[in-house]
Design a protein around this ligand. Structure first.
Ligand code: ASP
Length: 585
């Protein structure tokens, strides 16, 4: 037997027992004729003691142990004199009587500790060492725990876990596909799924009623920070349900996860329409951990001679409580913040509500105290508050003010990581105008059902058609989303038409699905959650890659196995692909 206990297990009650541990040497130190070793495994760290007086030979061997050696130690558990209440095993130590070196280790290129001295690149190259760090192990274990709870809840609700294929057909709607050449079908390609969307719908047609899968998805997009080319979804679909059933089922899932992973009982998840989210927060994923909602000021701010406002489609502001004391420097910094190219505002107007009831604004030239009072009343601002106002085209102004609101939330400490605020955003528009392509594209995906009451707008005002589509948002991040699906061939054809697809094209790409709709397709709906992101948020972190065992870097590379990589000449030939000698970056 390699071990009788793990390195996180021993307590006072084990005192005087003879045990065997195995693990990695975290650290050794010599002190007054003794050698202390911290022995680590996935479960924790236990202190080993090698006593020179008891066994000089053994102690000498212990002195030679290097970091990350793998050892097996036999000994007796004893109560520690100097206890360490920061360690679960801190009340005891193991007085070693036998040492067996199972494998030596080169000195690792960085310290295997929560606060490692290794940079991102070297840690990714030696990811198997990085994965030994307790903090990373906790993330991976949290991921496991969440996956188990997802399965446990959904299994309990009669969902079936069904696998769908990874080699599928390329349907470039949405993101770009990763493609795989087919050797047996020269010149033809598979695509890797961006999601199992059409398959899960076909499972509903096939009568499977409730489906889920924790499934890998692939999108060949330019990598923005914290995007992975392959990522995991909790993908779900249900038959004979309406939107309301889906919302309730998956609100239940989140409650279950929060309870069994974090021991937090969350309240019923509030709901907001997309239109309200945009109007009040300038975002389709509002962070509702704090207020500071938008107030539109057109009627009190326009026609007072301030051209910037008069020319604007929208004048909109937020009220930052207690911030009237902001200094010139702080206000300039906020102005610089919104003027950054990523945000792109032309400027920022402020009004300080002084404690004495007077106002001081950056537009005093155009607005006297009475005029400013009208703003203050609209915003419900109190003495001591600071109003921040942006103007311009509706969408842009809202977007810019959203960034500013989040920044103020950060500055005022209103966005605590362990405050979990969920929100359903409902009634998304069905379509979105794609400037470059000059056509309508599906806001969610082309299988989403328009709301019945908006059917008649499909020809006259497609942009106003709302969909039975919903997103679940947590603390300002989209956790997942889905929709009620189209299950009628005629309606599906209409939507493809709206998206500018010819009949031949839609039949070529999605004929299999529309064909299935003619064989008794039931009403169905579903959604998918971003599993990596869910793990990161519940782990209190921003980066999803810390929750993926073997992630890719920002250029989509796995630097440990060094891929993507070239393939053998013979492989190129078999696949009928001309090898590219060198592509300039
Ligand atoms: N397949 C969709 C997505 O990946 C989710 C859904 O509609 O169920 O976003």
């Amino acid at each position: 037997m390699y071990r009788t206990h793990n390195c996180g297990e021993l307590r006072l009650e084990h005192a005087s027992q003879e045990v065997t541990l195995a693990g990695w040497v975290q650290k050794t130190r010599e002190l007054g004729g003794m050698v202390f070793v911290d022995l680590r495994d996935r479960y924790g760290i236990t202190q080993l003691v090698f006593n020179n007086d008891a066994d000089a030979d053994l102690c000498d061997r212990a002195k030679k142990l290097g970091r990350e050696f793998v050892i097996q130690v036999k000994g007796t558990v004893e109560e520690r004199k100097a206890k360490n209440d920061k360690m679960a095993t801190g009340n005891v130590e193991l007085i070693a009587s036998e040492l067996n070196i199972l494998n030596a280790s080169k000195t690792p290129p960085f310290t295997i500790e929560d606060e490692s001295d290794g940079g991102e690149d070297v840690r990714m190259k030696y990811r198997y060492l990085d994965l030994r760090r307790p903090i990373v192990q906790q993330n991976i274990m949290l991921r496991h725990k969440i996956a188990q709870e997802v399965r446990s809840y959904l299994n309990g609700m009669d969902f079936l876990e069904v696998e769908t294929p990874v080699l599928i057909r390329s349907t470039p709607e949405g993101a770009r596909d990763f493609v795989v050449p087919s050797r047996m079908n020269p010149g033809q390609f598979y695509a890797l799924p961006q999601s199992p969307q059409t398959f899960k719908q076909l499972l509903m047609v096939a009568g499977y009623d409730r489906y889920y899968q924790i499934v890998r998805c692939f999108r060949d997009e330019d990598l923005r920070a914290d995007r992975q080319p392959e990522f995991t979804q909790i993908d779900c679909e249900m038959t004979f349900v309406e939107q309301e059933d889906v919302l309730n089922t998956f609100e239940g899932l989140m409650k279950h996860i929060m309870k069994y992973v974090h021991n937090i009982e969350i309240e019923d998840v509030p709901r907001m329409t997309y239109a309200d989210a945009m109007r009040l927060y300038g975002s389709d994923k509002p962070d509702i951990r704090f207020g500071m909602t938008f107030v539109e000021l057109n009627d009190v701010a326009q026609n007072k001679g301030f051209k910037v406002f008069d020319d604007a489609e929208l004048v909109v502001g937020i009220c930052a409580e207690g911030c009237a004391s902001y200094t010139r420097k702080q206000l300039d910094a906020l102005t610089d913040f919104v003027k950054r190219p990523q945000i792109g505002a032309k400027g920022l107007v402020y009004v300080k509500c002084n404690e004495d009831g007077s106002f001081k604004s950056s537009v005093d030239k155009f607005f006297d105290q009475d005029a400013l009072k009208a703003w203050v009343e609209k915003m419900n601002a109190k003495p001591g508050d600071l109003m921040l106002v942006i103007s311009g085209e509706v969408e842009k102004a809202r977007k810019q003010l959203n960034e500013l609101r989040l920044e103020m939330g950060n500055q005022l400490g209103l966005r605590s990581k362990d405050d979990y605020k969920f929100l359903w955003v409902l009634d998304f528009p069905l379509l979105e105008w794609a400037e470059e392509e000059e056509r309508w594209v599906a806001r969610h995906h082309p299988f989403t059902s328009p709301k019945a009451e908006d059917f008649d707008k499909m020809d006259t005002a497609p942009g106003e058609v709302r969909a039975n589509a919903y997103d679940l948002v947590l603390n300002g991040t989209e956790l997942g989303g889905g929709s009620v699906r189209i299950h009628d061939r005629g309606l599906q054809e209409r939507v493809f038409q709206l998206l500018g697809m010819s009949e031949e094209e839609s039949v070529e790409k999605f004929g299999f699905l529309m064909g299935a709709f003619e064989f008794g397709a039931p009403p169905h709906a579903g959604l998918a959650f971003g599993f990596d992101r869910m793990c990161a948020l519940l782990g209190g972190a921003d980066a999803i890659r810390d929750f993926i065992a073997f992630p890719k870097n920002n250029s989509g590379r796995d630097v440990m196995i060094d891929t993507p990589s070239r393939i053998d000449q013979q492989q190129y030939e078999e696949l009928y692909i001309r090898s590219v000698e060198k592509v300039d970056a």
